[in-house]
Design a protein around this ligand. Structure first.
Ligand code: SF4
Length: 357
């Protein structure tokens, strides 16, 4: 909080391209910055509200409020429960507890859902808090395994029980043209469309796809971290004569684990062809995979030219996909020239950004 307040006061708002913490620290010097933070921290502490003070948790891993509010008897479990349990929860090393993950479509949550979430945190998480994650989801830890069917029925009531939180069917989409001035495409809406389609196909239950990811940025600035996605996209514009359409640069093979690497550029995919292209990649994988392959491990071999099946390199994938990305004329398919979530002609007009991106 102290650092944020200093940056808010002293950041360079005239020259937005330099409005970054690193420039501020460099300009004032490390020691002066440290001293300022220490002073500011004292102010933050002394002006903290009573409510905030009560919330300060100095032992984050200690289970402070163990509760058991339900037993399994009499709690109806719907057909989706087993699917949700498999794709949205993780057994904790602490006996009897699971962490549960709520997937939100591209990070969107309503005010009513936030209220419902607050109740769920109080009633089901023994640590009494939730965490927002890097992948646009919410995590509740220390939930009693016995309480899971009851919790699931509560999540269903508030529209928060979508399955697939820990799988490839929960893509990340930055805000895109829904609210970002720098956006070139509606990456936010595209992420929702992909999630709906992949869940409809029950891909969340497919163990071969579990460790892969899809991330979509609305421009090259990478707020959705597309570079480390198994299948990553960043937005731009394409053109047929005078008509423009939303177009994404696709990269394959990015990852952020022990074999961390940036995805390799594959080809440009029009927004309205992104879903067919993803499905085709999955089909190619299923046709060529070895028995213990996941999509991530197969793509990793392909982009590193270590694959010995019919698809040996990223160029082989590109050749198969190229027929899918040929733009039709506007007369043939007017919808192709509208971005997702928009019913007017596509254009690439951007405004002044709110950050240095
Ligand atoms: S600047 Fe960031 S949030 Fe905005 S469209 Fe680009 S990647 Fe998305």
């Amino acid at each position: 909080m102290a650092v944020l307040r200093i940056f808010d006061r002293l950041g360079d708002r005239k020259n937005m391209a330099r409005n970054r913490m690193r420039y501020l620290v460099n300009d004032m010097g490390w020691e002066k910055f440290q001293n300022l933070v220490l002073k500011e921290r004292a102010i933050v502490r002394s002006t903290q509200s009573v409510i905030t003070l009560l919330e300060v948790d100095h032992t984050p891993n200690e289970i402070k409020r163990p509760i058991r509010i339900s037993d399994e008897s009499g709690v109806p479990t719907s057909d989706g429960y087993a699917r949700w349990l498999k794709t949205n929860t993780v057994k904790q090393k602490q006996s009897g507890y699971r962490s549960i993950f709520i997937t939100l479509e591209a990070g969107d949550i309503t005010a009513n859902q936030l209220n419902a979430l607050a109740d769920l945190i109080r009633d089901y998480s023994s640590e009494g808090k939730a965490r927002f994650g890097f992948v646009q989801n919410v995590a509740l830890r220390y939930v009693y395994e016995d309480d899971l069917p009851h919790l699931y029925s509560k999540l269903l009531e508030s529209g928060l029980a979508k399955s697939g939180a820990l799988t490839m069917t929960a893509p990340i989409g930055c805000s895109g043209t829904t609210s970002c001035n720098l956006a070139l495409t509606n990456s936010h809406r595209l992420a929702k469309e992909i999630q709906r389609k992949l869940l409809e196909l029950k891909f969340d239950e497919d163990d071969d796809l579990r460790d892969s990811s899809i991330k979509i940025s609305g421009c090259p600035n990478s707020c959705a971290q597309h570079g480390i996605a198994t299948i990553g996209f960043f937005g731009g514009g394409g053109r047929v004569g005078k008509d423009m359409y939303a177009n994404y640069q696709m990269s394959l093979g990015g990852r952020s684990d022990g074999d961390t690497m940036l995805g390799q550029t594959c080809l440009r995919v029009p927004a309205k062809r992104v879903i067919p292209v993803i499905l085709k990649i999955i089909e190619l994988f299923k046709q060529n995979k070895k028995s213990d392959d996941t999509l991530q491990s197969w793509i990793h071999r392909v982009v590193n030219n270590n694959e010995d099946s019919e698809i040996k390199s990223i160029n082989d994938i590109k050749k198969v996909l190229e027929p899918l990305v040929i733009p039709p004329t506007k007369e043939e398919d007017p919808d192709f020239y509208l971005d997702y979530g928009n019913d007017t002609s596509y254009h690439t007009k951007t405004g002044k950004g709110e950050c240095a991106a």
